[in-house]
Ligand binder design. Sequence first.
Ligand code: M6P
Ligand code: ZN
Length: 195
Amino acid sequence: MQTSLRPKHIWLDLGKGLLSPLASTKRTLKDLDGFFVDAQATENILKSGQDPIIYEVYESLQPQEDGHLNFGTTILHPGKIGKEFYMTKGHFHMKEASSEVYLGLRGEGLILLQSSTGNSECLRMSQGDLIYVPPRWGHRTVNVGAEELVFFFTYQADAGHDYESLKKEQGFSKLVIEEHGRVNVVDNPRFMTRI
Ligand code: M6P
Ligand code: ZN
C-alpha cells in the first residue's frame, strides 16, 4: 500500500538553485574517482591533497514506492579534470520502466543520454531547457560553462540509481572535452557495449 503523506512546501531559490530548508549532498572528486577518463589527472589532484566539490544535490526524498516523486536541484560546479568537463556520475534507473524530467535553471550544460540498446544523444541543458529522460535511458549532465550549472529534476521515488551497468561499460559512449578552446563531444575510447 502507498504511504500517505501531508503536502510539502519547499522554496526554490531560482538564483542560487538552493532548496530551503534542505541540506545538500556533496560529491567530491574522491567520490568520482575512476569516472573521468584521465585517471592520471584525477590522481595528481587527489595526491596534492585537494578534493574539489564537483556537484551538490538538494533532494526531497519520498518513500520508495510507486506513486511518489522525488525532486530537487543539482548544482554542478564549473571545471575540468584533464580535458574533461565536470559532470555527474550518471546512472540508469534500477526500475527500468521509470523516467525523469530535467529543467535547466542557470548555466551552460549538456546532458548525455544513452539507451540500453546502444543509442546515444547529447542535448543542451541551459536555462529553460526541459529534458524528458524516457525509461531505459542512462543520463549524465555536464557543465561546459564558466559558471555553475543549476537544474531541477524529478523522478519516480522507487526508481533507484543503477551505477554498475555504466561501470561495466566503462562509462558513457561519449565524453565531453575541451579542445582548442571548444566544447567537443567525442567517442569514449574506453567504452565497451554490453554483450
Ligand atoms: C540529478 C538526479 C539525481 C541524481 C543527481 C546526480 O539531480 O538524477 O537523482 O542523484 O542528478 O547524478 P548521479 O547520481 O548520476 O551522480
Ligand atoms: Zn535518474
